[in-house]
Design a binder for this molecule. Structure first.
Ligand code: BGC
Length: 480
């Protein structure tokens, strides 16, 4: 049983993000962002001492990227906009003509091949001048983000119908501030992440409401955000409540305020965190509440659910003699719990990544149970390897995950409508630099042209897309 057919109208895509692929970090009038600064100031925090200055050079190779999307038969291509490429100062006092031109070429190039654009407005590359004013810890950022969103809706909204405001608050708030190992390199355990969380949610809400009021009437597109959902299961039955609390603390923290009927922080989480703040001597203000007005502002600001999913964890209370397995996004300082993995879940080349395809189906069921019958778009799912074109492990991962998604649609009645493979091509994989590869296409980073070559998984994915099921003929041919 391969799970049946994908429903009519189901759409397949692949994704990238600006800093990870564009390069051209200082061409024309592009401003400096926190990633540019971070990799230049802290070269040793990247495994291979690399950076995204050139990356895949998609700024110059966009035509090849479009061609690859066409070779795969993608219905849409997900990419992100570089805030400081469009607004060099971070503010709309100046709009870069060259920045806008680049994205116009890309969007029009896709359109010419019948490929839609799914555009992420923010994938972690905050303009440096905004960071210097406090970045995501300054409440005014909600308005700065809204101003930026207005520019991009105005410039691209006639052609872009699928928008994601922000990618993975858990990664850039919790991940960065709890460990200090990601840009902006500010270590503020316990405190920074929660302040960041609240402002990201307000920024998202303002950008969604702006679209809803001023742009939806003429452009009729849809807007959401991409949440990274780490599936968490109880280690044994006695930890069922703990696992639910951990899910609320990770998935729920960015979902409950937007997608639940009640709005605000998820059940249980605010209490636990308030207790921890108090125990550690922090004032309550370090985990900012939402006012009634803010709850209303954020609630309901979605047109669909955007879900990134990669891996799973088991959870139980920490035992003093056990080493805690870190969350992939820094510690969870508010939950005295141990994260571990099942011995049934194969490890990969990346320490945070274990393969548990059933996790994605359970995660989808959890979303439906928590927030009702939402339309869900999988905005990222993919698998890490080292170099090489013969990536059978990646094919296996895609096949098993897609099967679970099919079961979720066809057996559990979950309304999944889009699937985005991460990534279209190898790219700058954050702290791993270029050592970890997520690409359907291999990129030769030693070649100034950054030549892209399809992997076996690209051929596999292209045939899934063509057949609209996992039941594919064996004589599949290679994309050019
Ligand atoms: C991020 C991507 C990243 C991928 C693989 C996701 O959390 O959105 O930028 O490349 O994971 O680590």
């Amino acid at each position: 049983d391969l799970g049946g057919q994908f429903p009519p109208g189901f759409k397949f895509g692949a994704g990238t993000s600006s800093y990870q692929v564009e390069g051209a970090w200082n061409v024309s009038d592009k401003g400096v962002n926190i990633l540019d600064k971070f990799v230049h100031d802290h070269p040793t925090s990247i495994k291979d001492l690399s950076n995204g200055d050139v990356a895949c050079d998609s700024y110059h190779n966009w035509e090849r990227d479009v061609e690859m999307a066409a070779e795969l038969g993608l219905d849409y291509y997900r990419f992100s906009l570089s805030w400081s490429r469009i607004l060099p100062t971070g503010f709309p006092n100046k709009i870069s003509k060259d920045g806008v031109k680049y994205y116009n070429k890309l969007i029009n190039g896709l359109q010419a091949k019948g490929i839609e654009a799914m555009v992420t407005i923010y994938h972690w590359d905050l303009p440096l001048p905004l960071q210097e004013l406090g970045g995501w810890t300054n409440p005014l950022i909600a308005d700065w983000f809204e101003d930026y969103a207005r520019v991009v809706y105005t410039q691209f909204g006639d052609r872009v119908k699928l928008w994601l405001t922000v990618n993975e608050p858990i990664s850039f708030c919790d991940g960065s501030y709890n460990t200090g190992v990601g840009a902006p390199g500010v270590l503020s355990p316990d405190v920074g992440a929660y302040i960041c969380n609240k402002h990201v949610l307000l920024a998202h809400a303002k950008a969604w409401r702006l679209y809803d009021k001023e742009f939806r009437p003429k452009f009729n597109g849809r807007v959401s955000l991409a949440n990274n959902l780490l599936w968490i299961e109880p280690y044994s039955e006695e930890y069922t409540d703990l696992a639910e609390l951990a899910l609320q603390n990770s998935a729920g923290r960015y979902s409950h305020p937007i997608f639940s009927e009640a709005g605000g922080w998820p059940p249980g989480v605010e209490e636990v965190i308030a207790k921890v703040c108090l125990e550690k001597g922090y004032p309550r203000s370090t985990f900012p509440s939402f006012s009634k007005e803010e709850i209303e502002l954020v609630k309901g600001t979605y047109d669909y659910y955007g879900m990134n999913h990669y891996t799973s964890r088991l959870i139980r209370e920490a035992h003093p003699d056990e080493k805690l397995l870190p969350w992939p996004y820094g510690d969870a300082p508010d939950l005295k719990a141990k994260m571990t993995v099942s011995d049934k879940w194969p490890a990969t080349v990346v320490p945070w990544f274990y393969v548990n395809p059933k996790g994605i189906r359970k995660q989808l069921a959890w979303l439906k149970q928590q927030y009702g019958d939402l339309e869900i778009m999988i905005t990222e799912n993919g698998f890490p390897t080292y170099h090489g074109l013969n990536d059978t492990a990646r094919i296996d991962y895609y096949k098993k995950n897609l099967k679970q998604i099919l079961l979720s649609i066809n057996k559990d009645g979950v309304n999944v409508t889009h699937y985005t493979a991460w990534s279209l091509m190898d790219n700058f994989e954050w702290a791993d630099g270029y050592t970890t590869k997520f690409g359907l296409y291999e990129v030769d980073f030693n070649d100034p042209k950054r030549t892209r070559t399809p992997r076996e998984s690209a051929i596999y994915y292209a045939s899934v897309i063509k057949n609209r099921s996992l039941d594919i003929p064996s004589n599949t041919t290679k994309p050019k």
